[in-house]
Design a protein around this ligand. Structure first.
Ligand code: AMP
Ligand code: ZN
Length: 116
């Protein structure tokens, strides 16, 4: 059995609201949305994060579907923010590379809140 939560979602072992999938990536709604639209895109292959030897091609697969997922979620024209929390200082909580697509309401201008 897979240990990684997002690997288990990618394999279908754990259910999620799948928005889009193809051979390389899966997009599903975040279980704890921080905006009206909050969808995650993951590669089917496990990488801890962007610093885990992800090839440019694999990176392009993940980011390449972002506009289509945004379109499917209805935020392609209203706009959306794309975020990757990469590693401890960024508060990455799930250790499988994922891209957040956040939208559906206007966001503040600032992107970064420092804790220290
Ligand atoms: P991060 O903090 O960038 O690692 O983001 C991890 C995200 O995964 C958080 O926004 C969580 O709400 C989300 N998440 C955790 N478990 C699940 C799940 N089972 N299905 C969908 N999203 C999840
Ligand atoms: Zn994984």
């Amino acid at each position: 059995m897979e240990e990684c939560l997002f690997c288990r979602i990618a394999s279908g072992e754990i259910s999620a609201n799948i928005v889009y999938e193809d051979d390389g990536v899966v997009a599903f709604d975040d279980i704890s949305p921080q905006a009206p639209v909050h969808t995650l895109v993951i590669p089917r292959t496990h990488y801890d994060n962007m610093s885990d030897g992800v090839s440019p091609e694999a990176m392009a697969e993940v980011f390449g579907v972002v506009p289509e997922v945004a379109r499917l979620k209805g935020v392609d024209e209203s706009g959306y923010r794309v975020i990757v929390n990469n590693g401890p200082d960024a508060n990455q909580t799930v250790g499988h590379l994922h891209v957040h697509i956040i939208g559906g309401s206007a966001m503040s201008h600032g992107m970064v809140q420092m804790e220290r």
